[in-house]
Design a protein around this ligand. Structure first.
Ligand code: SF4
Length: 311
């Protein structure tokens, strides 16, 4: 299988087959981002032959009698044909519809049991496709996009160079709803900056409440020296939220969300892990976040943050 650089996928895609169809990010301009910096290019679409070779290799593995025997001898279950494929790269959904159709066709040919195809997507990737094209992609199995919207705070979106507005999040999410393509949002606590965490969460809840994400996964901003944001901080143009402020921000978001959604603090960037169905588990989530705010000190949480070598 071809894999280039660090491969990122949401925790909830752990059971999906990872298929490289792109590497890197078409945008590559968010000030806080240091992902994909290990690549010698910004963005690369995999040639069709490379994707097909990976699928062929997987098909052979699934049907290889020697591989089956080896699993059996090791007491492992026979490798199962994946029912979901997750396309890797920061935003494979930026590829043209024709290219995505070809990829879906290859997946269907080599993995006929596959029921759905997911990937990371940017809001702007949806803008570039017509309603009819989105419906075509939905019919081909594209579903469950993971969109790193980060926030609904207009000021933060602009400052961080996200490349879209809060209104565009709502508009494009509604277009996905219309096409029958489900999606999850990734939120980035801390993106609004010192003193603006609660306001950023409130603005985000207002935006998210107009959409229908399946999951809202919250990460916490971690400042790395290689990022443009780090230079902004050094120049005094931006100040980081404290760790307790970030927790209060997450609490505000949980409190203000009115839509039915699965909420989770996802990944290593969170020192405090909470998850549950909203609105049902809201009291439990708030209790846990309140408990963390009163029992953990800024210093303890800061220690966790500075020891985080990578996300
Ligand atoms: S869109 Fe995602 S991967 Fe690309 S620069 Fe922004 S945060 Fe990084």
């Amino acid at each position: 299988m071809h894999f280039t650089g660090t491969i990122w996928r949401p925790p909830y895609e752990a059971g999906s087959l990872l298929l490289q169809v792109t590497a890197g990010c078409t945008h590559h301009a968010c000030k806080f981002c240091t992902l994909y910096e290990d690549l010698p290019f910004r963005f690369r679409a995999s040639p069709a032959g490379e994707i097909e070779a990976d699928l062929r290799e997987l098909q052979m593995l699934l049907n290889d009698p020697a591989a089956m025997l080896s699993s059996r001898l090791q007491g492992m279950s026979r490798p199962k044909a994946p029912r979901r494929v997750f396309l890797t790269g920061a935003n494979p959904f930026a590829l043209s519809v024709e290219r995505l159709e070809n990829i879906a066709g290859l997946i269907k040919r080599y993995l006929p049991q596959c029921e759905s195809i997911g990937c990371f997507a940017r809001v702007t990737d949806v803008c570039g496709k017509t309603d009819r094209e989105l419906e075509r992609l939905s019919a081909l199995g594209f579903d469950g996009l993971s969109i790193g919207v980060e926030t609904g705070d207009e000021e933060a979106l602009r400052f961080m160079n996200k490349g879209y507005t809060a209104q565009e999040i709502v508009t494009q999410a509604r277009r996905l709803d219309g096409a029958g393509i489900s999606y999850s949002f990734m939120y980035l606590a801390g993106i609004s900056g010192a003193g603006r965490g609660e306001a950023g969460a409130a603005a985000s809840a207002e935006v998210f409440n107009q959409t229908h994400p399946k999951i809202i996964g919250s990460s916490m901003l971690t400042l790395y020296p290689g990022s443009e944001l780090y230079s902004e901080v050094q120049c005094g143009r931006w100040a980081e939220e404290g760790e307790l402020e970030k927790l209060v921000e997450v609490r505000t978001l949980v409190e203000r969300l009115e839509i039915p959604v699965y909420f989770a603090t996802l990944g290593a960037s969170n020192a405090v892990l909470v998850e549950g169905e909203l609105p049902l588990d809201r009291p439990l989530l708030l209790q846990r976040l309140d408990g963390a705010c009163s029992h953990l000190s800024e210093e303890e949480l800061r220690r966790y943050r500075v020891n985080l070598r990578h996300l």
